[in-house]
Design a protein around this ligand. Structure first.
Ligand SMILES: NC(=O)c1ccc[n+]([C@@H]2O[C@H](COP(=O)([O-])OP(=O)(O)OC[C@H]3O[C@@H](n4cnc5c(N)ncnc54)[C@H](O)[C@@H]3O)[C@@H](O)[C@H]2O)c1
Ligand SMILES: [Zn+2]
Length: 341
């Protein structure tokens, strides 16, 4: 996959190193006579910073990385994004190979070419499109992933299923336990392939790729308003339900689909609402979000399973959707799963 006798700058985090996954990739690379330098970064979102990128640039120069060489990212979405930024910028762009080790990275973050870092308190404020040359997915590494992180990745799989693949969504309806997902290599493969297909049809996000934002307009708003204490996948689950409610109210989406989605998310212990957030902060975070264009917000919602659409949302309706997400609307008082901030 990588070719031989290349120099590889391998970027990973301390957990992925400790679990032995980075070492296995290094060994495989050395077997094919690549010269490997390894950078081990602290685990966590704070690593996606300009300071880390600067450190990586210095390392790349110090180890003599050249245009024909490779940056490899072995880890979750954080490592993929920062390694991707190194690959996108170094010598105007060199090859990137990703070995995603979280479910979220395997089915979502590693696929689609978006790389980035956080800046001035804004998540992914600086970034580029720099698709990986190869993405190597081994679901066996997911056995060490905590259950909540599995559920987070599952939220993105469910998003893609409800938008694009009725049969995949139906498979999720038959899952009753989070733990079984990591064994379902068929579902992981299917979700990753679906994302790859969608982004290859619309790499720059002007068409069908926008449907992947289902749940993310409200989701990003509540995630930011929580100061990122609410996990992304949980925020997306809440966002999907609130955005879908708007679609049901406009009779774009059948109520039965909303019930099915709530059931699937509930079984994976993903929250339906979040209590304790200030709605105004959520609204302000949504205003700052890049998915607002013109005078309105746009929600990407499923019309049926396997058919997405974009709906314009007025300020008033956006506030209603926020109220739904925060459990301040009677519709959602009975949601069984709740996140507390
Ligand atoms: N580029 C994109 O298109 C895109 C899409 C979605 C998310 N993202 C980004 O991805 C990031 C989130 O990704 P993430 O959820 O993978 O977070 P992450 O990279 O922080 O990984 C989560 C945690 O799991 C640990 N970990 C990794 N693999 C493990 C394993 N196999 N077993 C046990 N622990 C393991 C990590 O060390 C880390 O502590 C965010 O920064 C987000 O912005 C990017
Ligand atoms: Zn997401």
């Amino acid at each position: 996959v990588l070719g031989t006798s290349r120099r590889v700058l391998l970027v990973t985090d301390e957990n992925v190193l400790r679990l032995g996954y980075a070492g296995r990739v290094v060994a495989a690379l050395e077997d094919s006579e690549c010269r490997v330098d390894t950078v081990v970064l602290p685990a966590g979102e704070a690593t996606k910073s300009p300071e880390t990128l600067m450190q990586l640039w210095h390392r790349a120069v110090a180890c003599g990385l050249e245009r024909g060489d490779i940056v490899a990212g072995v880890g979750g979405g954080v490592i993929g994004d920062i390694a991707g930024m190194l690959a996108a910028t170094y010598m105007r762009g060199i090859a990137l190979v990703l070995v995603p080790t979280t479910l979220l990275a395997q089915v979502d973050a590693a696929i689609g070419g978006k790389v980035g870092i956080d800046f001035a308190g804004v998540k992914n404020a600086l970034g580029a499109f720099h698709p990986a040359r190869s993405v190597l997915i081994d679901p066996a590494v997911l056995s060490t992933l905590p259950r909540e992180r599995v559920a987070e990745g599952a939220a993105e799989m469910i998003k893609i299923a409800v938008m694009f693949a009725e049969d995949l969504f139906a498979d999720f309806e038959r899952i009753h336990e989070v733990d079984t997902i990591v064994e379902r290599t068929d579902l992981i493969r299917r979700s990753a392939a679906l994302k790859a297909e969608i982004v290859s049809r619309d790499p720059t996000e002007h068409g069908v790729r926008r449907y992947l934002n289902f749940g993310h307009t409200i989701g990003h708003g509540i995630e930011a308003a929580s100061g990122y204490r609410l996990a992304h996948g949980a925020a997306v689950a809440i966002g999907m339900l609130a955005e879908m409610r708007m679609a049901v109210m406009r009779e774009i989406c059948p109520p039965s689909l909303e019930d099915r989605l709530r059931m699937v998310l509930d079984r994976l212990a993903l929250p339906g609402i979040v209590k304790g957030l200030n709605p105004e902060l959520v609204y302000q975070a949504m205003l700052g979000d890049k998915k607002r264009s013109g005078a309105r917000f746009w929600f990407a919602v499923p019309a049926t399973t396997g058919g997405g659409t974009l709906i314009p949302v007025s300020d008033d309706d956006a506030r209603l959707a926020i109220a739904i997400a925060l459990g301040r609307n009677e519709w959602y008082e009975f949601s069984s799963c709740m996140a507390q901030i």
